[in-house]
Design a protein around this ligand. Structure first.
Ligand code: ADP
Ligand code: MG
Ligand code: ZN
Length: 488
Protein backbone atom coordinates (compact mmCIF):
# COMPACT_ATOMS: atom_id res chain seq x y z
CA UNK A 1 0.00 0.00 0.00
CA UNK A 2 1.22 3.46 -0.79
CA UNK A 3 2.53 5.40 2.18
CA UNK A 4 0.81 8.57 3.29
CA UNK A 5 2.36 11.36 5.31
CA UNK A 6 1.26 13.91 7.83
CA UNK A 7 3.20 17.15 8.28
CA UNK A 8 3.97 18.30 11.83
CA UNK A 9 5.27 21.84 12.35
CA UNK A 10 6.10 23.89 15.45
CA UNK A 11 7.44 27.46 15.24
CA UNK A 12 9.78 29.44 17.44
CA UNK A 13 9.32 33.12 16.66
CA UNK A 14 11.79 35.69 17.95
CA UNK A 15 10.25 39.11 18.14
CA UNK A 16 12.50 42.10 18.72
CA UNK A 17 10.81 44.25 21.33
CA UNK A 18 10.40 47.93 20.47
CA UNK A 19 12.21 49.40 23.46
CA UNK A 20 14.61 52.34 23.28
CA UNK A 21 17.24 50.67 25.42
CA UNK A 22 18.56 47.14 25.68
CA UNK A 23 17.22 44.40 27.96
CA UNK A 24 19.77 44.80 30.76
CA UNK A 25 21.54 48.14 30.17
CA UNK A 26 20.86 51.68 28.96
CA UNK A 27 22.52 51.24 25.53
CA UNK A 28 20.42 52.16 22.50
CA UNK A 29 18.74 49.33 20.60
CA UNK A 30 19.36 51.16 17.34
CA UNK A 31 21.79 48.79 15.67
CA UNK A 32 20.85 49.11 12.02
CA UNK A 33 23.10 51.66 10.36
CA UNK A 34 24.83 52.64 13.60
CA UNK A 35 28.65 52.73 13.64
CA UNK A 36 29.80 49.21 14.61
CA UNK A 37 30.37 48.73 18.34
CA UNK A 38 29.17 52.23 19.19
CA UNK A 39 26.10 51.19 21.23
CA UNK A 40 27.86 49.00 23.77
CA UNK A 41 28.82 49.11 27.44
CA UNK A 42 30.38 46.80 30.03
CA UNK A 43 26.99 45.19 30.75
CA UNK A 44 26.08 44.15 27.20
CA UNK A 45 29.69 43.14 26.58
CA UNK A 46 29.65 41.10 29.78
CA UNK A 47 32.73 42.62 31.33
CA UNK A 48 33.59 41.47 34.85
CA UNK A 49 32.00 43.48 37.61
CA UNK A 50 29.18 44.91 35.50
CA UNK A 51 25.64 44.32 36.72
CA UNK A 52 22.55 43.84 34.54
CA UNK A 53 19.25 45.56 35.46
CA UNK A 54 16.10 44.39 33.70
CA UNK A 55 14.28 46.83 31.42
CA UNK A 56 10.73 47.36 32.77
CA UNK A 57 9.32 48.31 29.41
CA UNK A 58 10.49 45.03 27.86
CA UNK A 59 8.70 43.17 30.65
CA UNK A 60 5.51 45.13 29.97
CA UNK A 61 5.62 44.37 26.25
CA UNK A 62 6.12 40.67 26.96
CA UNK A 63 3.17 40.72 29.36
CA UNK A 64 0.98 42.37 26.70
CA UNK A 65 1.71 39.57 24.24
CA UNK A 66 1.03 36.99 26.96
CA UNK A 67 -2.33 38.55 27.80
CA UNK A 68 -3.29 38.72 24.12
CA UNK A 69 -2.46 35.04 23.62
CA UNK A 70 -4.33 33.98 26.73
CA UNK A 71 -1.14 32.80 28.40
CA UNK A 72 -0.67 32.55 32.12
CA UNK A 73 1.52 35.51 32.94
CA UNK A 74 3.72 34.16 35.67
CA UNK A 75 4.19 36.71 38.37
CA UNK A 76 7.43 35.29 39.71
CA UNK A 77 9.97 34.25 37.12
CA UNK A 78 13.71 34.35 36.71
CA UNK A 79 16.52 34.56 34.23
CA UNK A 80 18.98 31.81 33.38
CA UNK A 81 22.34 31.77 31.70
CA UNK A 82 22.50 29.66 28.55
CA UNK A 83 26.18 28.87 28.17
CA UNK A 84 27.88 28.43 24.84
CA UNK A 85 30.80 29.85 22.94
CA UNK A 86 30.40 31.78 19.72
CA UNK A 87 32.25 34.92 18.61
CA UNK A 88 29.03 36.99 18.42
CA UNK A 89 28.48 36.31 22.12
CA UNK A 90 31.15 38.15 24.07
CA UNK A 91 29.92 36.91 27.45
CA UNK A 92 29.98 33.23 26.47
CA UNK A 93 26.43 33.00 27.75
CA UNK A 94 23.09 34.41 26.75
CA UNK A 95 20.65 35.59 29.41
CA UNK A 96 17.36 33.84 28.71
CA UNK A 97 14.52 32.20 30.59
CA UNK A 98 14.43 28.48 31.16
CA UNK A 99 12.12 26.72 33.61
CA UNK A 100 10.04 29.81 34.40
CA UNK A 101 9.15 31.74 31.24
CA UNK A 102 7.23 34.96 31.75
CA UNK A 103 4.28 33.65 29.69
CA UNK A 104 3.17 30.01 29.91
CA UNK A 105 0.60 28.38 27.64
CA UNK A 106 -1.94 30.18 25.50
CA UNK A 107 -3.54 29.77 22.12
CA UNK A 108 -3.73 31.52 18.76
CA UNK A 109 -6.67 30.92 16.43
CA UNK A 110 -7.18 32.11 12.90
CA UNK A 111 -8.91 31.25 9.65
CA UNK A 112 -6.86 29.66 6.91
CA UNK A 113 -7.03 30.65 3.24
CA UNK A 114 -10.07 28.38 2.79
CA UNK A 115 -11.87 29.96 5.72
CA UNK A 116 -11.29 26.96 7.99
CA UNK A 117 -10.73 27.75 11.67
CA UNK A 118 -7.25 26.73 12.87
CA UNK A 119 -6.11 26.76 16.48
CA UNK A 120 -2.50 26.50 17.61
CA UNK A 121 -1.48 26.01 21.23
CA UNK A 122 1.30 28.23 22.52
CA UNK A 123 3.88 26.51 24.68
CA UNK A 124 5.53 29.58 26.15
CA UNK A 125 6.91 33.04 25.48
CA UNK A 126 10.10 34.06 27.21
CA UNK A 127 12.39 37.05 27.37
CA UNK A 128 15.98 36.81 26.23
CA UNK A 129 18.78 38.98 24.91
CA UNK A 130 19.99 39.01 21.32
CA UNK A 131 23.59 38.29 20.33
CA UNK A 132 25.93 40.48 18.26
CA UNK A 133 26.47 40.17 14.52
CA UNK A 134 29.32 38.72 12.53
CA UNK A 135 30.31 40.64 9.43
CA UNK A 136 32.10 38.64 6.75
CA UNK A 137 33.91 40.91 4.27
CA UNK A 138 33.56 38.52 1.32
CA UNK A 139 31.93 39.40 -1.99
CA UNK A 140 28.57 37.87 -1.04
CA UNK A 141 28.82 38.61 2.70
CA UNK A 142 29.05 34.90 3.56
CA UNK A 143 31.62 33.21 5.75
CA UNK A 144 32.88 31.01 2.93
CA UNK A 145 35.27 33.14 0.91
CA UNK A 146 36.06 35.63 3.67
CA UNK A 147 39.67 35.87 4.88
CA UNK A 148 38.63 37.23 8.25
CA UNK A 149 35.42 38.22 10.06
CA UNK A 150 34.42 41.27 12.08
CA UNK A 151 32.16 41.39 15.10
CA UNK A 152 29.62 44.13 15.78
CA UNK A 153 28.16 43.97 19.29
CA UNK A 154 25.58 46.73 18.80
CA UNK A 155 22.81 44.12 18.70
CA UNK A 156 23.99 42.20 21.74
CA UNK A 157 21.58 42.67 24.61
CA UNK A 158 18.67 43.85 22.43
CA UNK A 159 15.45 42.43 23.95
CA UNK A 160 13.71 39.53 22.26
CA UNK A 161 10.53 37.70 23.08
CA UNK A 162 10.66 34.12 21.89
CA UNK A 163 7.18 32.76 21.25
CA UNK A 164 7.17 28.96 21.02
CA UNK A 165 4.25 27.06 19.54
CA UNK A 166 3.26 23.46 20.14
CA UNK A 167 3.75 21.20 17.10
CA UNK A 168 0.10 21.77 16.15
CA UNK A 169 0.62 23.23 12.69
CA UNK A 170 -0.15 20.85 9.83
CA UNK A 171 0.96 22.64 6.64
CA UNK A 172 3.37 25.28 5.32
CA UNK A 173 0.39 27.53 4.49
CA UNK A 174 -0.84 27.36 8.08
CA UNK A 175 2.68 28.15 9.30
CA UNK A 176 2.61 31.28 7.15
CA UNK A 177 -0.85 32.30 8.42
CA UNK A 178 0.19 31.70 12.03
CA UNK A 179 3.25 33.90 11.55
CA UNK A 180 1.12 36.55 9.86
CA UNK A 181 -1.19 36.57 12.89
CA UNK A 182 1.71 36.92 15.31
CA UNK A 183 3.10 39.76 13.23
CA UNK A 184 -0.26 41.53 13.11
CA UNK A 185 -0.57 41.11 16.86
CA UNK A 186 2.83 42.50 17.79
CA UNK A 187 2.32 45.42 15.43
CA UNK A 188 -1.12 46.21 16.82
CA UNK A 189 0.21 46.08 20.38
CA UNK A 190 3.16 48.32 19.48
CA UNK A 191 5.40 45.53 20.77
CA UNK A 192 7.56 45.29 17.65
CA UNK A 193 7.70 46.51 14.07
CA UNK A 194 7.52 42.82 13.14
CA UNK A 195 9.67 43.31 10.07
CA UNK A 196 11.02 39.99 8.79
CA UNK A 197 13.37 41.51 6.20
CA UNK A 198 15.30 43.50 8.77
CA UNK A 199 15.19 40.65 11.30
CA UNK A 200 12.85 42.15 13.92
CA UNK A 201 10.78 39.01 13.49
CA UNK A 202 12.72 35.77 12.98
CA UNK A 203 11.14 32.37 12.57
CA UNK A 204 12.83 29.06 13.31
CA UNK A 205 10.60 26.37 11.83
CA UNK A 206 10.63 22.81 13.17
CA UNK A 207 9.18 20.21 10.88
CA UNK A 208 8.77 16.45 10.81
CA UNK A 209 6.69 13.83 8.98
CA UNK A 210 4.48 11.14 10.44
CA UNK A 211 4.29 8.13 8.15
CA UNK A 212 1.25 5.87 7.79
CA UNK A 213 3.38 2.78 8.57
CA UNK A 214 3.94 4.08 12.10
CA UNK A 215 7.31 5.74 11.62
CA UNK A 216 7.77 9.36 12.69
CA UNK A 217 10.70 11.12 11.10
CA UNK A 218 13.05 13.18 13.24
CA UNK A 219 12.43 16.88 13.51
CA UNK A 220 14.47 19.29 11.43
CA UNK A 221 14.85 22.95 12.34
CA UNK A 222 15.06 25.44 9.46
CA UNK A 223 16.51 28.92 9.80
CA UNK A 224 17.16 31.98 7.66
CA UNK A 225 13.76 32.75 6.17
CA UNK A 226 13.48 36.49 5.61
CA UNK A 227 9.87 36.76 4.52
CA UNK A 228 6.55 34.99 4.89
CA UNK A 229 6.98 33.78 1.34
CA UNK A 230 10.35 32.16 2.03
CA UNK A 231 9.03 30.62 5.24
CA UNK A 232 6.33 28.88 3.24
CA UNK A 233 8.72 27.90 0.43
CA UNK A 234 11.31 26.52 2.85
CA UNK A 235 8.70 24.38 4.57
CA UNK A 236 7.27 23.15 1.26
CA UNK A 237 10.76 22.17 0.15
CA UNK A 238 11.38 20.35 3.41
CA UNK A 239 8.03 18.48 3.21
CA UNK A 240 9.05 17.13 -0.21
CA UNK A 241 12.59 16.28 0.85
CA UNK A 242 11.57 14.47 4.02
CA UNK A 243 8.77 12.54 2.28
CA UNK A 244 11.15 11.42 -0.42
CA UNK A 245 13.75 10.15 2.07
CA UNK A 246 11.16 8.41 4.25
CA UNK A 247 9.36 7.02 1.19
CA UNK A 248 12.59 5.34 0.11
CA UNK A 249 12.97 3.78 3.54
CA UNK A 250 15.66 6.22 4.65
CA UNK A 251 15.97 8.14 7.90
CA UNK A 252 15.79 11.86 8.57
CA UNK A 253 18.72 13.21 10.54
CA UNK A 254 17.77 15.49 13.39
CA UNK A 255 19.59 18.66 12.38
CA UNK A 256 19.41 22.37 11.77
CA UNK A 257 19.15 23.37 8.11
CA UNK A 258 19.74 26.70 6.43
CA UNK A 259 17.26 28.02 3.84
CA UNK A 260 18.93 29.37 0.70
CA UNK A 261 16.38 31.65 -0.89
CA UNK A 262 18.24 32.02 -4.19
CA UNK A 263 18.64 28.27 -4.66
CA UNK A 264 15.22 27.48 -3.21
CA UNK A 265 16.75 24.74 -1.04
CA UNK A 266 17.55 23.90 2.56
CA UNK A 267 21.07 22.77 3.44
CA UNK A 268 22.54 21.18 6.54
CA UNK A 269 24.20 23.82 8.70
CA UNK A 270 27.15 23.35 10.96
CA UNK A 271 26.42 24.97 14.18
CA UNK A 272 26.20 25.76 17.78
CA UNK A 273 22.71 24.25 17.98
CA UNK A 274 24.22 20.78 17.85
CA UNK A 275 25.87 21.26 21.20
CA UNK A 276 22.91 20.52 23.41
CA UNK A 277 24.45 20.95 26.80
CA UNK A 278 23.93 24.61 27.53
CA UNK A 279 24.44 24.11 31.29
CA UNK A 280 21.54 26.44 32.08
CA UNK A 281 21.74 27.91 35.57
CA UNK A 282 20.00 30.88 37.25
CA UNK A 283 21.83 34.13 36.60
CA UNK A 284 23.29 35.06 40.00
CA UNK A 285 23.43 38.76 39.04
CA UNK A 286 19.68 39.06 38.48
CA UNK A 287 17.07 38.84 41.24
CA UNK A 288 13.81 36.96 40.56
CA UNK A 289 11.56 38.94 38.23
CA UNK A 290 8.33 39.80 40.01
CA UNK A 291 5.35 41.23 38.15
CA UNK A 292 3.05 42.53 40.86
CA UNK A 293 -0.73 42.10 40.57
CA UNK A 294 -1.32 45.84 40.35
CA UNK A 295 1.17 46.17 37.55
CA UNK A 296 -0.46 43.27 35.72
CA UNK A 297 -3.89 44.84 36.14
CA UNK A 298 -2.52 48.17 34.94
CA UNK A 299 -1.18 46.58 31.77
CA UNK A 300 -4.41 44.64 31.19
CA UNK A 301 -6.37 47.88 31.56
CA UNK A 302 -4.51 49.64 28.74
CA UNK A 303 -4.50 46.76 26.27
CA UNK A 304 -5.80 47.96 22.91
CA UNK A 305 -8.45 46.09 20.95
CA UNK A 306 -6.73 43.09 19.36
CA UNK A 307 -6.77 42.64 15.59
CA UNK A 308 -9.04 39.59 15.65
CA UNK A 309 -11.40 41.33 18.08
CA UNK A 310 -11.57 44.38 15.80
CA UNK A 311 -12.14 42.13 12.81
CA UNK A 312 -15.16 40.38 14.30
CA UNK A 313 -16.58 43.62 15.70
CA UNK A 314 -16.45 45.31 12.29
CA UNK A 315 -18.41 42.41 10.83
CA UNK A 316 -21.00 42.12 13.60
CA UNK A 317 -21.48 45.80 14.49
CA UNK A 318 -21.05 47.42 11.09
CA UNK A 319 -21.93 44.63 8.69
CA UNK A 320 -18.62 44.85 6.81
CA UNK A 321 -17.58 41.90 4.67
CA UNK A 322 -14.94 39.54 6.08
CA UNK A 323 -12.44 40.83 3.52
CA UNK A 324 -13.04 44.49 4.38
CA UNK A 325 -12.86 43.75 8.09
CA UNK A 326 -9.54 41.98 7.62
CA UNK A 327 -8.05 44.92 5.73
CA UNK A 328 -9.20 47.42 8.36
CA UNK A 329 -7.98 45.28 11.25
CA UNK A 330 -4.44 45.38 9.85
CA UNK A 331 -3.97 48.70 11.60
CA UNK A 332 -5.48 50.11 14.77
CA UNK A 333 -5.34 53.61 13.23
CA UNK A 334 -7.57 52.65 10.34
CA UNK A 335 -10.07 51.03 12.70
CA UNK A 336 -10.09 54.19 14.85
CA UNK A 337 -10.66 56.38 11.79
CA UNK A 338 -13.58 54.23 10.66
CA UNK A 339 -15.04 54.28 14.19
CA UNK A 340 -14.68 58.08 14.23
CA UNK A 341 -16.57 58.46 10.93
CA UNK A 342 -19.38 56.23 12.09
CA UNK A 343 -19.60 57.93 15.48
CA UNK A 344 -20.04 61.20 13.60
CA UNK A 345 -23.02 59.73 11.82
CA UNK A 346 -21.65 58.18 8.62
CA UNK A 347 -23.18 55.04 7.18
CA UNK A 348 -20.73 52.20 8.07
CA UNK A 349 -20.48 50.62 4.64
CA UNK A 350 -20.17 53.91 2.80
CA UNK A 351 -17.53 55.12 5.26
CA UNK A 352 -15.60 51.84 4.94
CA UNK A 353 -15.76 52.10 1.18
CA UNK A 354 -14.48 55.69 1.11
CA UNK A 355 -11.68 54.99 3.52
CA UNK A 356 -10.55 51.93 1.58
CA UNK A 357 -10.55 53.71 -1.75
CA UNK A 358 -10.15 57.48 -1.29
CA UNK A 359 -8.40 57.84 2.06
CA UNK A 360 -5.95 54.98 1.58
CA UNK A 361 -5.23 56.25 -1.94
CA UNK A 362 -4.24 59.68 -0.60
CA UNK A 363 -2.13 58.10 2.16
CA UNK A 364 -0.36 56.03 -0.47
CA UNK A 365 0.21 58.94 -2.81
CA UNK A 366 1.50 61.22 -0.09
CA UNK A 367 3.39 58.40 1.67
CA UNK A 368 1.92 59.37 5.03
CA UNK A 369 -0.12 57.57 7.67
CA UNK A 370 -3.41 58.45 9.34
CA UNK A 371 -1.61 60.17 12.21
CA UNK A 372 -0.49 62.93 9.83
CA UNK A 373 -3.58 62.91 7.59
CA UNK A 374 -5.25 66.32 7.81
CA UNK A 375 -8.86 65.32 7.16
CA UNK A 376 -10.65 64.57 10.42
CA UNK A 377 -12.94 61.55 10.54
CA UNK A 378 -15.84 63.87 11.45
CA UNK A 379 -15.21 66.03 8.36
CA UNK A 380 -15.34 62.99 6.13
CA UNK A 381 -18.56 62.00 7.90
CA UNK A 382 -20.22 65.35 7.14
CA UNK A 383 -19.27 65.01 3.48
CA UNK A 384 -20.69 61.49 3.34
CA UNK A 385 -23.89 62.68 5.01
CA UNK A 386 -24.53 64.91 1.97
CA UNK A 387 -24.04 61.93 -0.33
CA UNK A 388 -26.38 59.80 1.76
CA UNK A 389 -29.01 62.54 1.78
CA UNK A 390 -28.91 62.69 -2.03
CA UNK A 391 -27.52 66.24 -1.84
CA UNK A 392 -24.19 65.44 -3.49
CA UNK A 393 -23.39 62.99 -6.25
CA UNK A 394 -20.40 60.70 -5.69
CA UNK A 395 -18.54 62.58 -8.40
CA UNK A 396 -19.14 65.96 -6.78
CA UNK A 397 -18.26 64.53 -3.37
CA UNK A 398 -14.93 63.30 -4.69
CA UNK A 399 -14.11 66.78 -6.01
CA UNK A 400 -14.94 68.28 -2.63
CA UNK A 401 -12.94 65.55 -0.86
CA UNK A 402 -9.88 66.35 -2.96
CA UNK A 403 -10.10 70.04 -2.04
CA UNK A 404 -10.59 69.24 1.66
CA UNK A 405 -7.45 67.12 1.56
CA UNK A 406 -5.42 69.47 -0.62
CA UNK A 407 -6.22 72.66 1.31
CA UNK A 408 -6.76 71.06 4.71
CA UNK A 409 -10.16 72.75 5.06
CA UNK A 410 -13.58 71.71 6.36
CA UNK A 411 -16.63 70.91 4.25
CA UNK A 412 -18.12 74.39 3.67
CA UNK A 413 -15.00 76.16 2.40
CA UNK A 414 -14.15 73.15 0.26
CA UNK A 415 -17.58 73.28 -1.38
CA UNK A 416 -17.12 76.96 -2.14
CA UNK A 417 -13.60 76.46 -3.45
CA UNK A 418 -14.63 73.63 -5.76
CA UNK A 419 -17.77 75.43 -6.96
CA UNK A 420 -20.05 72.62 -5.83
CA UNK A 421 -23.43 73.31 -4.26
CA UNK A 422 -25.47 70.83 -2.31
CA UNK A 423 -28.69 69.62 -3.86
CA UNK A 424 -29.97 69.18 -7.40
CA UNK A 425 -28.78 71.51 -10.12
CA UNK A 426 -32.09 72.55 -11.71
CA UNK A 427 -34.17 75.50 -12.96
CA UNK A 428 -32.30 78.49 -14.28
CA UNK A 429 -28.98 77.15 -13.02
CA UNK A 430 -29.41 74.03 -15.15
CA UNK A 431 -30.61 76.12 -18.12
CA UNK A 432 -27.52 78.33 -17.94
CA UNK A 433 -25.26 75.26 -17.97
CA UNK A 434 -27.16 73.72 -20.88
CA UNK A 435 -26.99 76.95 -22.89
CA UNK A 436 -23.26 77.20 -22.29
CA UNK A 437 -22.71 73.63 -23.48
CA UNK A 438 -24.90 74.11 -26.56
CA UNK A 439 -23.04 77.29 -27.43
CA UNK A 440 -19.72 75.49 -27.20
CA UNK A 441 -20.89 72.62 -29.44
CA UNK A 442 -22.54 74.30 -32.39
CA UNK A 443 -21.71 71.52 -34.82
CA UNK A 444 -23.48 68.88 -32.79
CA UNK A 445 -26.44 71.18 -32.24
CA UNK A 446 -26.72 71.87 -36.02
CA UNK A 447 -26.53 68.16 -36.78
CA UNK A 448 -29.42 67.36 -34.44
CA UNK A 449 -31.55 70.25 -35.66
CA UNK A 450 -31.10 69.33 -39.33
CA UNK A 451 -31.97 65.69 -38.72
CA UNK A 452 -28.45 64.28 -39.09
CA UNK A 453 -28.54 62.44 -35.74
CA UNK A 454 -30.95 59.57 -36.37
CA UNK A 455 -29.57 57.35 -33.60
CA UNK A 456 -29.51 60.19 -31.06
CA UNK A 457 -25.76 59.83 -30.49
CA UNK A 458 -25.13 63.56 -30.54
CA UNK A 459 -27.97 64.20 -28.10
CA UNK A 460 -26.42 61.67 -25.71
CA UNK A 461 -23.07 63.39 -26.17
CA UNK A 462 -24.50 66.79 -25.22
CA UNK A 463 -26.37 65.26 -22.32
CA UNK A 464 -23.13 63.74 -21.05
CA UNK A 465 -21.36 67.11 -21.19
CA UNK A 466 -24.14 68.75 -19.20
CA UNK A 467 -24.10 65.98 -16.57
CA UNK A 468 -20.36 66.33 -16.26
CA UNK A 469 -20.60 70.10 -15.91
CA UNK A 470 -23.06 69.65 -13.02
CA UNK A 471 -20.71 66.97 -11.58
CA UNK A 472 -23.48 64.44 -11.84
CA UNK A 473 -25.86 66.51 -9.77
CA UNK A 474 -28.61 67.04 -12.31
CA UNK A 475 -31.63 64.83 -12.75
CA UNK A 476 -31.21 62.93 -16.03
CA UNK A 477 -34.90 63.19 -16.96
CA UNK A 478 -34.79 66.96 -16.49
CA UNK A 479 -31.70 67.25 -18.67
CA UNK A 480 -33.33 65.13 -21.42
CA UNK A 481 -36.45 67.26 -21.28
CA UNK A 482 -34.49 70.48 -21.43
CA UNK A 483 -32.45 69.29 -24.42
CA UNK A 484 -35.58 68.21 -26.27
CA UNK A 485 -36.99 71.72 -25.91
CA UNK A 486 -33.73 73.47 -26.86
CA UNK A 487 -32.94 71.32 -29.88
CA UNK A 488 -36.17 71.66 -31.87
P1 ADP B 1 14.44 22.72 21.47
O1 ADP B 1 14.54 23.13 22.88
O2 ADP B 1 15.44 21.76 21.03
O3 ADP B 1 14.33 23.90 20.53
P2 ADP B 1 11.64 22.14 21.90
O4 ADP B 1 11.11 20.86 22.43
O5 ADP B 1 11.59 23.30 22.78
O6 ADP B 1 13.07 21.89 21.35
O7 ADP B 1 10.82 22.46 20.61
C1 ADP B 1 11.06 23.55 19.82
C2 ADP B 1 10.00 23.64 18.74
O8 ADP B 1 9.92 22.42 18.02
C3 ADP B 1 8.60 23.87 19.27
O9 ADP B 1 8.01 24.89 18.52
C4 ADP B 1 7.89 22.57 19.06
O10 ADP B 1 6.52 22.76 18.78
C5 ADP B 1 8.59 22.02 17.85
N1 ADP B 1 8.54 20.55 17.76
C6 ADP B 1 8.72 19.67 18.77
N2 ADP B 1 8.59 18.41 18.30
C7 ADP B 1 8.35 18.50 16.97
C8 ADP B 1 8.15 17.55 15.94
N3 ADP B 1 8.18 16.24 16.16
N4 ADP B 1 7.92 18.01 14.70
C9 ADP B 1 7.91 19.32 14.44
N5 ADP B 1 8.09 20.25 15.38
C10 ADP B 1 8.31 19.86 16.63
MG1 MG C 1 14.92 25.50 19.39
ZN1 ZN D 1 25.08 48.11 27.03
Amino acid sequence: MALTFQTVIGLEIHVQLATKSKLFCACSTDYIGARPNSNVCPVCLGQPGSLPVVNGRAVELAVMVGLALGSTVQQATRFHRKNYFYPDLSKDYQISQYDLPICAGGRLSFRDDDGVEVSVAITRAHLEEDAGKLVHPSADGRLAGARYSLVDYNRSGVPLLEIVSEPDITSPAHARRYTEEIRRLVRCLGVSDGDMESGSLRVDANISQKVSDGRWGSRVEIKNMNSLRSLERALEYEVKRQRKVLGEGGEIRQETRHWDDGEGKTRPMRGKEEAHDYRYFPDPDLPPLIVESDRLKGIAAVMPELPWQAESRLVSAYGLSDDDAKIFAESADTVAYLDGCIRAGADPKRAANWIRTEVLRVLNEQKIDLATFTLEASDLASLLALVDGGKLSTTAAKDVFDVMVRDGVALEPAMTASGVTAGLVEGSQLEDIADKILAENEEAVEAVRSGRDPKGKKVKFLQGLIMRETRGQADVAQVEDLLRRRLI
